[in-house]
Structure formats: structure tokens, C-alpha cells
Write a protein that binds this ligand. Sequence first.
Ligand code: GLN
Length: 303
Amino acid sequence: MNELLQTIENTVRPLIGSGKVADYIPALANVNPKQFGIVVYSNEGELFQAGQAKVDFSIQSISKVFSLTLAIKHYGEDMWQRVGREPSGHPFNSLVQLEYESGVPRNPFINAGALVVSDMNQSRFASPHYAMREYIRRLAGNPKLKSDKVVADSEFEFRSRNASMAYLMKAFGNFENDVEAVLHSYFDNCAMRMNCVDLAKAFSFLANKGYCHHSGEQVISAREAKQVNGLLATSGLYDEAGNFAYRVGLPGKSGVGGGIIAIVPNRFSVCVWSPELNKSGNSLAGIAALEALSDHIGWSIFG
Ligand code: GLN
């Protein structure tokens, strides 16, 4: 497997140069674009890797999966009264559907949906970001993980778009807490720095019926893990979810830091990272690497 990952790295590296690093905040615009890492983690605890698998990056929207599973643990089915389960077909930071759908976001992975989920976690924890950080540290088996304050502060400074969707949801009665406080927690979560090894390990519970073998914790039930994988497969890559299903065929979640996690149910969790993005805000080389991996091993859940 290590050899295959190395071959895939060599195959996709030439794509670097045709995408664009996230530049909506200066702290992300300065990342070196010429980086690539990949990790495959098996349910037996074997770890395979190639490239810059241990270089930390900003997890950004991948954090939405941690927030969702933390909220599911507490709210269960009730949470679906406040957020939908349908793909949006719109960019991750779009507001348009909120107006038509009475402030109920289409799914938990677009920004509006993740903000509602963050609002739920805000109602539940005295220090929501610290609760999240402890949760992520436990799942990754890495007590050193932390948020990048420069990135979080910069996101807050340029918060207008996320703030406007949160206030719109508040106007519809779908937001319980102070908007600015929730935005701080949301940005702190997005700004967590992790590497491919951390992320592949942290999401192994989704490949393993909700059970995290290295922490010995049933994170969510097997049924809930199956449900989250269903949502990842339909909405994890925003308006590119269809293309990702076509090319890769696995539940996945991307972030504008260039990371993508993918789940091979009952077998592996995967993390790939390369900072240059395509126009949907997903890692260009990352998707190509997952496509090659899925093709090579026959991993697509669609046959
Ligand atoms: N922090 C980013 C935002 O809220 C996350 C977006 C992403 O990774 N797609 O805009």
C-alpha cells in the first residue's frame, strides 16, 4: 500500500499549479501550494502514507464532521428539526436557499448548516471550543492538537458572510445563542491544525461502525455512523458532491485548507491534503489522488 500511495503522489503532483490556494483570508493565502500528503488507516490500526503526511494544516470545513457527530451524541434525531439532510447544489457559503426554506439550512456541511450545529453545541457546553478540542484530541490520539489563533482571528475579522447567514437564521428563529459567540467557536474549530495522520485516525470511527479502536470509545452508534456516511456521500463536497461520487464513490468531507477525508466503510479511513483548490473549494490534487486510489483498489461504494 505504501508503494501505491507513492505512485499516486507521483501521478497527481503535476496537477499542482492548476488550482488556487484559498485566499479569502491572508493567513491561508500564504500557505505553500506545492504540498501533498496522503494517509490510509485500516480498521486493524495499520497506517500507510506518502508525501507530507505529518505536516499540519488548517482543517477548516472538515471540522464540521466533528461538530456534527458531537451534536448527534447529545441531540439524536431531534437535531434534524433545525438542519436538513439534502444536498444543496450550491457553493458552501451560499445564503440563497435560507430565504426560501425558512432559515433551515439544507445540510450540516454547508456553512449555514455547520453554524446551526455550532449553535447547538454552544447551548450545551460552557466552553464549546474546548469541548470540541478535547473531543478531537481523543479521536486523533494526539493531546497536542490546537487551533491556530492567527487563522481564527482572521476568519473573525472577515466574518461578514458567515455572520449574515447566522443573523438570517436568527431572524427565522433558528439560532439560540449570541451570533458573534457562535462564530468564534465555529472559527476556532475550523482553525484546528492537524495532519493527514491525525485526521485519518480521528475519522476511523466512521469506517468502524462508530467505534474508535485506539481510544476504545463508541463515539456514535453503528446506525448513526452509517447515517453520517450517507450525509457525507451526498453533501460532503458541496456543489461537487455528485462529481465526487462519480469520480471517487466514497463518503467524504473537504475543507478549504486543502484537506479531504474519505471513508471506506468497514475497512479504512483516508486523509489526503494538497492546498490548491478547484472552483468548488475542494483540493484539486486531493480529489485526483482519491480517484486513483478508489479506481485502483475498487473502493467505490457504488460497485
Ligand atoms: N472557515 C471557512 C468558512 O467558514 C470554512 C469553509 C470551508 O472549508 N469550505 O468560510
